[in-house]
Design a protein. Structure first.
Length: 138
């Protein structure tokens, strides 16, 4: 009877220890994967926003007319959990236009994506610009 009790107690303790290790491992892995997915997702959002702003000529029009309202409208239409801002630089690395989503305070890690684009001038030459988008989760 004594050996059976010790064997049962040993099996129960092994099950408890394995269960605790399984739960802890699962908890750590889900947090890690979620963080990586969120960062990658934020990079993708920034890349997509900058690409669409270039393709629909919003960046070009913003530079021509020196206004950021169209860019700000796009930023304000992003998910309410995303805080973002865009700075457009000239080829001399001087900031030309700066806009940010209203009521944004980044507290976590940030994602930064830079996209270069060119705009044709009236004399047939091309001007180079950089659009830098920085974003984070609120």
């Amino acid at each position: 009877m004594g050996k059976a009790f010790i064997f049962t107690l040993d099996a129960i303790l092994a099950i408890i220890v394995c269960s605790i290790l399984f739960v802890l491992t699962y908890h750590v892995l889900t947090k890690f994967q979620y963080s990586v997915v969120r960062t990658t997702e934020l990079d993708d959002v920034c890349s997509d926003v900058l690409a669409s702003l270039e393709k629909n000529h919003t960046l070009q029009n913003s530079i021509y007319y020196s206004r950021t309202s169209d860019i700000r409208e796009v930023l304000n239409n992003l998910s309410s959990t995303v805080c973002s801002g865009i700075v457009i630089y000239s080829s001399q690395n001087a900031p030309l236009l700066v806009t940010q989503r209203a009521d944004c305070n980044c507290t976590g890690s940030r994602s930064l994506v830079v996209r270069s684009f060119v705009i044709p001038n009236s004399n047939g030459t091309l001007s180079e610009y950089l659009a830098k988008m920085e974003a984070c989760y609120r």
